[in-house]
Design a protein around this ligand. Structure first.
Ligand code: GZL
Length: 320
């Protein structure tokens, strides 16, 4: 029997076999996921959501924690390519520097899904979909709360210090831009100092200590790009003998449990929600991509704003 005929017969046999195996018994979908790190309560909830959704769907999840370092994410993506996973997904720690490795994934014909944070790439076809929040709008919402608060005391001016997220990350760049857009031109709202706290409690406390040392009682408001930095800063404010939430208003983003607890203690004034529960949408999108079905380029999530007045009522409903 010639090789060709044997090969054709072999292929036909395997096709018949595959058709006979029920879908659930076929090879499970394998997703390689590179996570930013474990820097905040938000990230912990995001990781739990992804792992839980993968487990429930019977997905084989290869999970890599990059400890907030881009080189670790590039390494993880290359490893997923070498392992020939079905889909690569990741939350890019920073916006730029992804073209080369994403071109390698494209050359290997492995689709890439972005979750949580976006990338800036020359060729948008390097990823199939981005599932996450509108960070510019989150920054606007934080500023709008402060604008409305200032209107209650029209004669008062507010000096603001800003704790930015990780340098170069989409949430840090966009939350800064959205906040600045809304306060721009308002003579009563002025940003005195702005510096990164890298989204962590420890760094948020450290930078707030420096702000207090240089600006002292001049500070009326803290705008933190995430609740973890705000919670660290609250400790610094108290250690300086000031009352967070009163002497210094605290405006933050994420909506994690720690922020609700701080609001219930009167130490934080408002948190703008940033939903980390992206697991189910990620798995569903990966399954559609694997099945060759079309998926939206941009999948957003619904989010709210939680001022301290609603904290007691809302806290029991929080899922993260
Ligand atoms: C936002 C996410 C940010 C959170 C932080 O989607 O990337 O990173 O706001 C987290 O808490 O560290």
């Amino acid at each position: 029997m010639t090789l060709t005929r044997r090969t054709l017969l072999g292929a036909a046999a395997s096709l018949l076999l595959a058709a006979a195996i029920p879908a659930h018994a076929q090879k499970p979908l394998t997703i390689g996921f590179s996570q930013v790190g474990a820097e905040s309560e938000w990230r912990t909830a995001n990781t739990a959501s992804i792992k839980d959704a993968a487990r429930k769907a019977g997905v084989n999840l290869k999970f890599a924690d990059a400890q907030q370092r881009q080189e670790n994410q590039v390494k993880a993506i290359r490893s997923f390519i070498a392992q020939r996973v079905d889909v690569i997904a990741f939350s890019p720690v920073v916006e730029s520097g992804w073209d080369t490795v994403l071109r390698e994934a494209k050359a290997a014909r492995i689709p890439v899904i972005l979750t949580d944070r976006a990338v800036k790439v020359s060729d948008p076809s390097l990823y199939v979909s981005f599932i996450g929040s509108d960070f510019v709008e989150e920054g606007r919402r934080a500023a709008r709360w402060l604008v409305e608060h200032q209107k209650k005391n029209p004669a008062r001016s507010y000096n603001i210090v800003e704790l930015q997220g990780t340098v170069g990350s989409a949430p840090a760049l966009d939350r800064k831009a959205g906040f600045a857009e809304v306060i721009n031109g308002n003579p009563k709202l002025k940003i005195l100092r702005s510096q990164t706290g890298d989204f962590t409690r420890a760094k948020g406390k450290e930078v707030m200590e420096a702000f207090l040392k240089s600006e002292g009682k001049n500070i009326n408001v803290l705008y933190a790009h995430n609740d973890d930095m705000a919670i660290g800063a609250i400790q610094a404010i108290e250690e300086a003998g000031l009352k967070p939430g009163k002497d210094i208003l605290v405006v933050s983003i994420d909506g994690v449990k720690g922020a609700f607890e701080a609001m219930l203690q009167g130490k934080l004034n408002v948190t703008v929600e940033c939903n980390p529960l992206l697991g189910p949408q990620l798995i569903q999108t990966a399954q559609l991509v694997k099945a060759g079905k079309p998926v939206p380029k941009r999948i957003t999530v619904n989010e709210g704003v939680f001022p301290a007045e609603v904290a007691a009522k809302e806290f029991p409903n929080r899922q993260y």
